[in-house]
Design a protein around this ligand. Structure first.
Ligand SMILES: C[S@@+](CC[C@H](N)C(=O)[O-])C[C@H]1O[C@@H](n2cnc3c(N)ncnc32)[C@H](O)[C@@H]1O
Length: 329
């Protein structure tokens, strides 16, 4: 497609617009526009990851990060690969639909925030000597391809559902994004396989501490799969850490927050990736401590706003009920 001639209609048809929020209609299209690009296969309604199709919400989150690069000044999260990873004409598509995109700002803000927070905490972990980073449910996360450290300083493991990971690898090839020696793929379906086995096959060292991020993933998994993942991290040497985001129980939401959640939850369920797991922050922190995590910190919306959105003049800010937590062994 000629970037100079792209129109709003092209953009909407391309499906990229549909990737701009969790309110997805059909995000196969941006990858199908050119024959060289990899389509997301059809995914039956009400058939989540077990049917073996890549995650559509992964494309949605990646599209938010791409839009953030273009529209928000200053950026909360700077990702020079965010546009390239989603599709060749991403920038042109985004630029023709700026008005629509501005309406999705708080979700975009949260998606930028969680990546920024994870990479800030990763930088601190590297300072204290961590040399393994595991990106759980990586989707189209690009840290592994921007990793400024040599393999001797930081190995990156991308864990994801096999179907999403296969699609991402095709996408990387098409975008001509090189896979560095420091990056290893570890396909794992958290509902069917153990993280321990998947990482073992990938050469992860369980005798060394590691840093984990799990962004936009917890809500899609069963509680038992989430807890098994936390237990694995808790079993690792002292200094290991995980950063993740999660939604609080619906009973803890205000009326407005509850109806916003119900609306979005219906939309993601319609595309086969239902939200199923929520937590009470206090009891989650207690459970993590009982597993062996020594330090557990919850970053609620007010603290996150103070740290990452203070003094902005463009009004970009988070809202809603998602929170961030980090836990260290
Ligand atoms: C909303 S996307 C988030 C992707 C990425 N972390 C980000 O922030 O852009 C959810 C991710 O969880 C992964 N996921 C969902 N269910 C999974 C499962 N059972 N096993 C492994 N990964 C799963 C999907 O493949 C997808 O990459």
């Amino acid at each position: 497609m000629d970037e100079r001639k792209i129109t709003r209609r092209d953009f909407l048809l391309s499906g990229l617009a549909a990737g701009l929020s969790v309110v997805l209609v059909d995000v196969r299209a941006p990858f199908a526009r050119t024959a060289a690009e990899s389509p997301l296969p059809n995914r039956a309604k009400s058939s989540p990851m077990e049917v073996g199709s890549p995650s559509r919400t992964a494309l949605s989150a990646a599209t938010h990060r791409a839009v953030h690069q273009l529209l928000d000044v200053p950026k909360v999260f700077d990702d020079p690969l965010a546009l390239r990873i989603i599709c060749a004409n991403a920038e042109a598509g985004i630029r023709v639909d700026l008005c629509q995109l501005q309406k999705k700002r708080s979700l975009r803000a949260f998606i930028a925030l969680r990546s920024r927070y994870a990479e800030d905490e990763l930088a601190r972990a590297i300072q204290r000597g961590i040399r393994q980073y595991v990106v759980l449910g990586a989707g189209l996360d690009t840290f592994g391809y921007r990793n400024p450290y040599p393999v001797s300083r930081l190995r990156v493991f991308e864990v994801d559902h096999p179907a999403t990971q296969t699609w991402k690898r095709v996408r990387l090839r098409e975008a001509e994004i090189a896979i560095p020696d420091s990056l290893t793929f570890a396909p794992v379906d958290f509902e069917q396989q153990t993280l321990a086995d998947g990482l073992d096959r990938a050469g992860f060292r369980t005798d060394e501490p590691a840093f984990f991020s799990m962004l936009g993933v917890v809500v899609y998994l069963t509680k038992s799969a989430v807890m098994e993942t936390f237990k694995f991290v808790a079993s690792l040497p002292a200094g290991s850490e995980i950063v993740f985001d999660y939604g609080i129980l619906s009973s803890m939401l205000s009326e407005r927050q509850r109806s916003a959640r119900e609306y979005l939850a219906r939309r993601v369920a319609d595309i086969g990736e239902p939200w199923i797991t929520y937590f009470d922050p206090a009891s989650l922190a207690r459970d993590l401590r009982a597993m062996g995590f020594k330090q557990v910190d919850d970053l609620g919306p007010e603290a996150a706003k103070e740290r990452y959105f203070k003094d902005r003049t463009d009004g970009l800010c988070i809202s809603g009920s998602a929170r961030l937590m980090k836990a260290r062994t």
